[in-house]
Design a protein around this ligand. Structure first.
Ligand SMILES: Nc1nc2c(ncn2[C@@H]2O[C@H](COP(=O)(O)OP(=O)(O)OP(=O)(O)O)[C@@H](O)[C@H]2O)c(=O)[nH]1
Ligand SMILES: [Mg+2]
Length: 460
């Protein structure tokens, strides 16, 4: 969005920041309670603010099914137009995805710009993307979103080519040209991502031998703050949605003598655009391939349970649904979280309450992860290639060897039994744990930990 606009009186002296004014529009379907719809609009308001807009109004329509042409019924369109005029609104922001036709019709009738939730999220991602990988991923998602929405009025494409627009009878062929340009760009971006993806795979291979822990969760849950609190990483943590778009990995020293790698990942949100999930696949691979997920939940948020469900559904979508998971209830320093804690602990046995801000519970969290790295022991098979047979003695030193068999190409198949952390270090893919780690394990490991290791943990 163009955030700077010239003010005529000051034209030659300065530019002023003009924040676009937005009206939020949601739908209350049958069976939905009003507070739920309001909460969803609160989230839209946060998205709008993150995108640099001021929210100047809200409209909720009670309707079983959206109007195919204008999404809202005709009476509601009128009401919105009046409000938009009164409030001098620049944008109507819809909490639901609009069809390209609905968007066009609404823009024509209401005479303001119209954007849906997907468009808004894409816009924020575009603004936040810093690395080449994130920028390429966002641009791909934007083009996928744009393709069915081309109308032949997409003038900037023709301008980019240095051509002159032709109108009227040739409109359709112009649309064809635009489509071809967008499709070609999509293909180029996919090739580029393929190249970046291969580099990322190499990067991940460099992590072999480490127990890999990924922080996952809803946007603004406190993942980056936790990474900072646990490893002093110095990652940006902000009260904004999607503060993090790139995966950051830090070494995390554990008392088991075996360090883990802790990765901070992009946050999820309700109705995360599928174009984004698809194009962020390589960033999300850090989560999909982790040995353990720390599912961070902001317990001070009224919709924490919905946030959890949403996060789990995205995890399933990216193929991380079967990864072992520890639920981390964050922000317990806040009174809102305190009042919910008892119920939440009942709902999620094995969860760990923490506060990244005060340091409370971080010691327990580390202990639970250490318990996971250190045990309970499991069986796995290590494959040694012919030239690596010499590593057998190292394996004997680290774990119990159950049996050793020759394999056809001169190598060895070594069946071993040991703690998950050791198996991972030997290159064995560890299957998910059957049970959530229990609090008593945390208590047992707690004793090994020096207080000074974790900021804030020595507080009474
Ligand atoms: N009170 C309180 N605030 C916290 C705590 N942890 C994080 N926050 C605040 O919550 C906001 C979001 O924190 P982040 O660490 O950026 O959250 P994130 O999960 O990384 O968010 P995205 O990168 O946007 O997905 C920031 O304003 C933090 O200061 C906590 O334990 N207590
Ligand atoms: Mg973050």
């Amino acid at each position: 969005m163009g955030r700077k606009q010239r003010d005529s009186r000051k034209e030659f002296f300065e530019t002023v920041e003009v924040r676009p004014r937005a009206i939020l529009i949601g739908v209350q379907t049958r069976g939905q309670e009003r507070p739920e719809v309001e909460e969803h609009l609160d989230e839209m308001a946060q998205l709008a603010t993150t995108d640099g807009m001021d929210v100047v109004g809200r409209v909720i329509q009670g309707r079983a099914r959206p109007d195919p042409a204008t999404f809202l019924g005709s009476g509601k369109v009128e009401e919105v137009m009046v409000l938009a005029e009164e409030q001098k609104a620049d944008w109507l922001l819809f909490d639901d995805e609009l069809t390209p036709g609905q968007q066009r019709n609404l823009e024509k009738q209401a005479k303001v710009k119209v954007m849906d939730r997907t468009g808004l999220i894409l816009d924020i991602f575009a603004m936040r993307a810093r690395t080449r990988e994130a920028r390429t991923q966002v641009e791909l998602a934007q083009h996928e979103y744009m393709l069915p929405r081309l109308t032949g009025l997409w003038t900037h494409f023709t301008r980019q080519k240095g051509g002159t627009r032709t109108r009227g009878g040739e409109g359709e062929s112009q649309l064809e040209i635009d489509r071809r340009i967008v499709k070609a760009r999509i293909a180029a971006l996919k090739r580029e991502l393929g190249r970046i993806g291969r580099q990322a795979e190499t990067r991940l291979r460099g992590h072999d031998g480490f127990f890999r822990v990924a922080l996952v969760g809803y946007t603004n849950a406190g993942k980056s703050s936790l990474l900072n609190a646990l490893t002093r990483a110095g990652v940006i943590a902000e009260d904004k949605l999607f503060a993090t778009l790139d995966a950051t990995t830090r070494r995390w020293s554990l008392a088991t003598g075996r360090d883990a790698l802790l990765t901070d990942t992009v946050g999820f949100i309700r109705k995360l655009p599928h174009q984004l999930v698809a194009s962020f696949r390589s960033t999300l691979a850090e989560a999909a391939e982790a040995d353990l997920l720390l599912h961070v939940v902001d317990l001070s948020h009224p919709a924490w349970a919905e946030h959890m469900a949403e996060t789990r559904s995205v995890l399933t979508e990216i193929g991380a649904g079967d990864r072992p998971e520890i639920v981390v209830f964050n922000k317990v320093d806040r009174p809102e979280a305190q009042t919910r804690l008892e119920q939440a602990q009942e709902d999620e046995p094995g969860c760990v309450p923490v506060s990244a801000a005060s340091g409370e519970g971080l010691k327990d969290l580390r202990a639970v992860v250490e318990a996971q790295v250190a045990g309970p022991p499991r069986e796995g098979v290590v494959h040694l290639a012919a030239q690596d047979r010499g590593r057998l003695s190292e394996i004997y030193r680290r774990v119990r060897v159950v049996k050793v068999e020759d394999d056809p190409d001169g190598g060895l198949q070594v069946t071993v039994h040991g703690p998950p952390g050791e198996l991972v270090a030997l290159g064995v893919a560890v299957s998910p744990l059957d049970e959530a780690p229990e609090a008593f394990q945390a208590a047992a490991y707690r004793e090994h930990l020096p207080d000074s290791d974790i900021p804030g943990s020595s507080a009474p």
